[in-house]
Structures are given as C-alpha cells and as structure tokens.
Design a protein around this ligand. Structure first.
Ligand SMILES: [Zn+2]
Length: 391
C-alpha cells in the first residue's frame, strides 16, 4: 500500500505527512479532488528502483492490476513478516486467496477487529489448506476460486449450525477443537474468551472450506451437480466423502449443498461486492465501528455459550458476496438471505427453474463464445500448420 508506505516514510524521517503526500502525488486523471501516487516521484524521493516499488505496491503498476482480484480495503497482514519495517503499522491490500502466511504459520484471514495474526503452529492442516487454495487458484483462476471458497465457508457455517450431531466422526468436533486452540478460554477471568475473533472461526473451518471449494470449482463436478444431470447422486456422494453429509438427520426442506447444486452449479461465479479503488485509499485500516465492536462482543458471548457458532460465520461480511448474490439483492435482511441459501423445498425449486429459464440467454451466449474460441483456436492451429507445411 503506497499510502501506508508513505506515512511510515514520513514517520521515520520526522516529516510532515501531508507535505510529503503532496510531493509524491498528483490530482487523479478524471479531474477529481483525490490524489494518486506518481511512481517516478516516489522513486526519485526514495532513491529506489521504480520496479521494486511497483513490486511491493500494486497501485504503482502500469497497467494497473485487476483490482477485482484484491480485497476492497487494506488490512494488517502477518505481524512477523512486517516486524522488520519501521515507522508504524504496515497495511496491505491482500488478494482474495491469501489467508495464511505459510512462512510464519500465521492466520491472516478475513479482516477483523482483533489485530495480530493468530499462530497456527499447532494446526498444520490450516497451513496446508492455504497451499491447496493457491493450487486451486492457479488451476481455475481467481474468479471461480473466490466464489468456491466463500461458498465453502458458507456451507461449513450451515453445517456448524445444524442441530444434529450423531457420530463421533462428525467434522464439527474437529472444528470445535481447532477453535479452542485458537481461542483458548481464560480461566482466571472465569472462562471468558479474551482472544475471541470471528476471523479465527474462519481458520477453524478453512481446510474443509478449501476441500469443498475444489469440488465446487471443478467444471466436471459443477455439471454433475446440476439437478438435470444423472450424475447428481455422485456429486452428493463425493461431497459426503469430503465432509459430514448429510449433515442433519432430517435435512427436510433445508440443505445448503442441495440448494447450491440447484441454484448455482450452472451459474457464473459471484463477484466481490466492492472493488478497491486506489485513488480513494488512505492506506489506513478503518477503525472498527460501534456496530462492529458490539457484534464482535456478541459473537464472543455466543462462542462462550458454545452453541451454533456457524451463524457467526454466516453473518460475517466476508462471505456476504455468496449470501446476498449480486443478482439477488432484493432479499434485504441478512437473516432472510441466510435462510434462503439453504432452501430446498418444491416451491423454491420452481422459482430456481424460472430463474434459470430467464438466465438462459446468458448460458447460450457463454456456449457460443466458448465454441467460437474453440473454433478460433482450431483454425489458428490449422493456419499455423499450413504455414509450416506449405503445399
Ligand atoms: Zn509472515
């Protein structure tokens, strides 16, 4: 983050930050009042190579990176990585697929009000999940991976929330054990959880969220999950191989996995709700609002009473893009939106089928584009062959 870098630069050299800021920035090209950093000026001032600076600060790159790949606001990263930088708090703009610092084995996770990254040295599965997550990203691209991992978190939230828990092998026992390692009770103050942070609950389910995501991002399994496909049962079987499923003795009319396969398997991935805008960024992590603090305190109590922590995950802003999907924002209240993500009754299936019919033009356009590009590739290859083997 250039803004974070410049403020630390000013702090180290005892300079006035706003003066320094004016020196290295100019008014944004659109003619607005905001200022954007000029890489050449920053390079001249620091005596560092412009490419080195752009390597550390994506907003200095030209052309600009695809901001949709990044979280929309800066956050603190791994405190062990950042310990070597003097001059104050380092803020970073992390891409969506960064949850763990693999080198230091720390959980960076979704931004949370509780500062430092959590230690994962007792939880190698969580560190390993980050590696698998990166592999998935390289294989399927950021957009599918983003949607699939958030959906994975959402499904884990529903599973953690569901009441029945018959078997000893139930995945929730593992989640609870992980959560207790990350958020140990403070016995001296009567078993309250001073280290509570919802971000750490995401860490507890992260390995399973990635496990599910690998399935959800696969074009093969997406096709199989489609309710019109004869392979649907195999999709559910594969799901249950990876996670406790069915996760309720009587799923009845609510089942987040069945809901997903009816409603989302055939859709393009959901996109982030907000995108980072470099000219608007101050590089400062916004202070937690009153509501956030209250929500965190409430979630802490909820965690202490050990009931259905899944709802805390489901309500966290981090997975909002897969709760209130972009084409479906008419469902205003969050409880309704959450409830909707597991609906599986007959009326709902009719609704989903109608939506799908409406959506048909998109699928058709996608198929045409796909075929055109395949044809183009084939013709390209043929043309090349002709070039290399003239008649
Ligand atoms: Zn680190």
């Amino acid at each position: 983050m250039a803004a974070s870098y410049i403020s630390r630069l000013a702090a180290i050299h005892g300079l006035d930050i706003s003066h320094l800021w004016v020196q290295v920035t100019e008014r944004e090209a659109s003619g607005g009042m905001r200022r954007v950093v000029v890489p050449e000026k920053l390079a001249a001032l620091t005596g560092r190579d412009i490419h080195d600076l752009a390597g550390a600060m994506p907003e200095l790159r030209d052309p600009q990176p695809n901001w949709a790949m990044f979280r929309h606001q800066p956050q603190v990263g791994c405190h062990l990585c950042d310990a070597k930088y003097p001059g104050g708090v380092v803020t970073r703009l992390l891409p969506h697929h960064r949850y763990v610092c693999v080198r230091h084995r720390t959980w960076i996770g979704p931004p949370d009000i509780n500062g430092n990254a959590a230690d994962l040295s007792l939880l190698p599965a969580v560190v390993n999940a980050q590696r698998r997550h990166l592999r998935l990203m390289r294989r399927r691209g950021w957009a599918l991976t983003f949607d699939a991992v958030l959906t994975g978190f959402m499904i884990c939230g529903h599973i953690w929330n569901s009441p029945s828990r018959s078997e000893a092998t139930d995945i929730r026992h593992i989640w609870e054990a992980r959560a207790l390692i990350l958020i140990p009770p403070d016995e001296e103050v009567g078993f309250t959880y001073l280290n509570y942070s919802t971000s750490k609950l995401f860490a507890a389910v992260y390995p399973q969220a990635v496990e599910i995501a690998i399935l959800l991002a696969s074009p093969y399994w997406r096709r199989a999950a489609d309710h019109r496909h004869p392979g649907r049962d195999r999709f559910f079987e594969e799901m249950s191989r990876r996670i406790t499923y069915p996760y309720s003795d009587d799923p009845g009319s609510s089942d987040a996995i069945a809901h997903w396969s009816d409603t989302f398997a055939w859709r393009p991935p959901s996109r982030p709700m907000r995108t980072h805008s470099p000219a608007r960024s101050t590089g400062i992590v916004p202070p937690a609002s009153e509501t956030q603090l209250k929500r965190d305190l409430n979630s802490g109590f909820h965690f202490a009473s050990k009931r259905r922590v899944g709802s805390t995950l489901l309500r966290h802003n981090h997975i909002r893009p897969v709760i209130a999907r972009e084409w479906n924002q008419k469902h205003g209240r969050i409880d309704e939106a959450i409830e909707r993500t597991r609906r599986f009754d007959a009326a709902f299936r009719v609704e989903a089928a109608l939506e799908r019919a409406e959506f048909g033009h998109y699928l058709l356009a996608l198929r045409t584009a796909h075929e055109a590009s395949k044809k183009g590739r084939r013709e390209g290859v043929d043309a090349e062959l002709e070039v290399s083997f003239p008649p």
